[in-house]
Design a protein around this ligand. Structure first.
Ligand SMILES: Cc1cc2nc3c(=O)[nH]c(=O)nc-3n(C[C@H](O)[C@H](O)[C@H](O)COP(=O)(O)OP(=O)(O)OC[C@H]3O[C@@H](n4cnc5c(N)ncnc54)[C@H](O)[C@@H]3O)c2cc1C
Ligand SMILES: *[C@@H]1O[C@H](CO)[C@@H](O)[C@H](O)[C@H]1NC(C)=O
Ligand SMILES: *[C@@H]1O[C@H](CO)[C@@H](O)[C@H](O)[C@H]1NC(C)=O
Ligand SMILES: *[C@@H]1O[C@H](CO)[C@@H](O)[C@H](O)[C@H]1NC(C)=O
Length: 551
């Protein structure tokens, strides 16, 4: 058996279950909670549930089931040259200061902040539309879309956009506070806060309504929605478009953002079963006391033995949190378990390619004068005559969303300086493409293989380390006004509905914190104000920050 942990848990749980019924008869029994998935949502749920339960003085026993060995889900690092001293993000890489959960946790756990990129003075960041560089900025200052440097070209649009982003983010942040927190229905909260007006239309429409138009939207804002959500402005809703632009004070954790979630899991005191794939959720058999809610039985198998039969965990769970997109989790729900159907939503399939090379990007590829300095970071947008398509087709003529030079490293074999690049693309990167952007022949054999040892040293290898990976990265964020609510059955919760609203580590962590609060309230018998509020007003009697007519 590859995962002794699961076997032990099954035995241990059986023993404890007997004790439990004894405790149960005294009326102060432990509430057993299963969390499926140890990404941002599941880890945050565990961490906050432990804290809320302690505050309320209710005994809680948390079990996290994670199909991989790894904590963090889509927040994942790989090691440059396979050297653990050189980790680099392949999944979610940045968060911002207003991401209160991630920011607070980083501080609380005393994790060091890392640098986003090894920029050097004079490094150029450019936006490329397949024909021309439409914008460029020289690094050394703060961020590539420094508004002050844009006014001469784009007039007031950048200032208006920054103000709009602030308003929308400010409204979103009310979800963290009473009376908006916790929430049983995200759809309803979005409506109460007026945010449904922002999600109902495309980013392009939302900006146009606010009189933000022209080159600033097609060049700059679209580059932001493409690098953040692999989407053109015409196919992403207004809220997610605003989030793409809310990159002020971008930060990351040195060694990997997953460390936040790892700390959360540890601090929660939860039992963690790694390499454990949940196969099904069913109701516990046997009679239930009248009025008592039914418990859940979870079946799981060792992730290394996908053909083996799943085994039931001995613990019957009072609450289950499904903290992974349902459509990709391969979990079967027994008849009647899901009181609410979970809609399938289209996800983007995104290729993320990391590689190291001694070569710089080639200026000529971007139609710059031969010999001129090439950009270190290239974001993309559509050409003026290109149709903005949806999903992977939307990548258009450039064929990629972004190329960034992230690190300057020393190749341990050659002892020469190399650059570590990251490419976001709709299709797998090809050797031809790499040859063209680097201006050097990249042999076919480099792509798809992982360059293990033993490769004969050519004069200079164009690519010394190569890590392609693809993800179902985030939903294709089409306009919508309803979102999968977090309660999908009695004691059964789902976190991924928030991804159609905003897909970030922070929002998943927020939904984890929200369901943790709902469970703690429930166990503690804490009643809150009814979840409805007079329309157009919140409980303090104020109007929403974003006036509906203003939207
Ligand atoms: C390339 C890329 C770049 C991104 N960039 C950013 C960024 O810069 N900033 C940002 O904030 N966000 C970014 N995101 C989005 C962010 O990663 C996600 O929104 C967030 O991490 C989702 O967290 P989650 O916990 O909801 O889901 P996930 O991270 O997907 O976690 C789900 C977990 O459940 C586990 N699981 C699934 N099925 C089962 C099962 N049957 N049994 C047991 N376990 C199971 C999975 O293994 C996984 O660990 C990016 C995403 C990608 C892919
Ligand atoms: C999980 O699986 C991997 C790969 O099969 C293995 O190396 C690792 O030891 C396992 N971890 C646990 C906790 O079972
Ligand atoms: C807590 O959950 C674990 C399963 O992860 C189980 O083995 C243990 O018996 C439970 N403890 C109690 C007191 O229910
Ligand atoms: C973050 O920390 C601040 C300061 O301690 C606190 O006021 C706030 O409630 C915290 N927010 C979250 C979401 O943890």
């Amino acid at each position: 058996m590859r995962s002794p942990s699961l076997g032990l848990a099954l035995v241990g749980a059986a023993a404890a279950a007997t004790q439990l019924s004894a405790i149960g008869s005294r009326g102060d029994r432990v509430n057993n909670v299963a969390i499926i998935g140890a990404g941002a949502a599941g880890s945050s749920a565990a961490y906050h549930l432990q804290r809320y339960a302690a505050q309320e003085g209710v005994p809680i026993n948390i079990t996290i089931l994670e199909k991989t060995e790894h904590i963090g889900g889509r927040t994942v690092t790989v090691n440059i040259y396979d050297d653990p001293a050189l980790p680099i993000e392949q999944g979610a890489s940045i968060f911002v200061a207003v991401n209160h959960i991630l920011y607070n946790a980083t501080k609380h756990f005393d994790l060091p902040f890392g640098s986003l990129r090894d920029d050097e003075p004079g490094d150029i960041t450019a936006i490329w539309n397949g024909n021309d560089i439409v914008w460029q900025a020289v690094e050394g200052s703060s961020w590539w879309w420094d508004v002050a440097r844009m006014w001469w070209r784009y007039g007031l649009a950048p200032y208006r956009a920054v103000q709009l982003v602030k308003d929308v983010v400010g409204t979103f942040l009310r979800l963290y506070e009473e009376p908006h927190f916790p929430f049983r229905s995200l759809t309803q909260r979005a409506f109460e806060l007026g945010l449904h007006k922002v999600t109902a239309i495309t980013g392009e429409q939302f900006l146009a309504e606010k009189n933000i138009k022209g080159g600033f939207t097609t060049d700059i804002m679209q580059a932001a929605t493409r690098v953040n959500y692999a989407s053109n402005l015409a196919h992403i809703h207004g809220l997610e478009a605003m989030v793409s632009f809310a990159a002020e004070g971008a930060m990351s954790v040195a060694g990997g953002n997953w460390r936040i979630f790892d700390k959360m899991v540890r601090a929660s005191g939860a039992a963690l079963l790694r390499n454990t794939t949940v196969a099904s959720i069913a109701f516990a058999k046997g009679d239930v006391e009248p009025g008592a809610p039914r418990k859940y039985i979870i079946s799981a198998r060792d992730a290394g033995e996908q053909t083996a039969d799943a085994q039931e965990l001995a613990t019957a769970f009072d609450n289950v949190i499904i903290a992974s997109p349902w459509q990709y989790s391969n979990i079967g729900a027994a008849e009647g378990v899901l009181k609410h159907h979970i809609d399938e939503i289209p996800y983007m399939k995104l290729h993320v390619t990391l590689f190291a090379s001694p070569f710089k990007l080639r200026a000529e590829y971007f139609k710059l004068q031969p010999g001129s300095k090439a950009p270190s970071n290239v974001y993309t947008t559509l050409g003026p005559d290109e149709e903005a398509k949806q999903g992977p087709d939307g990548v258009g003529k450039t064929g990629f969303y972004s190329i960034s030079t992230l690190r300057h490293v020393v190749n341990p074999k050659t002892h020469k300086r190399e650059f570590v690049y990251k490419i976001f693309s709709a299709e797998a990167v090809t050797p031809e493409f790499l040859s063209r952007i680097l201006g050097v022949k990249v042999p076919d054999s480099f792509v798809g293989s992982t360059q293990e040892d033993g490769a004969p040293a050519a004069a200079v290898e164009p690519i010394s380390w190569y890590r392609p990976h693809w993800f179902h990265s985030y939903p294709i964020e089409l306009p919508r006004v309803t979102f999968q609510d977090p309660i999908i059955g009695p004691g059964l919760y789902y976190t991924s509905g928030i991804e159609s609203f905003i897909s970030t580590m922070e929002t998943s962590a927020l939904m984890g914190m929200n369901v943790a609060r709902l469970i703690a309230d429930d166990v503690a018998g804490k009643k809150r104000e009814p979840d409805t509020m007079p329309s157009g007003q919140d409980a303090k009697g104020e109007s929403p920050v974003l006036q509906p007519d203003e939207l």
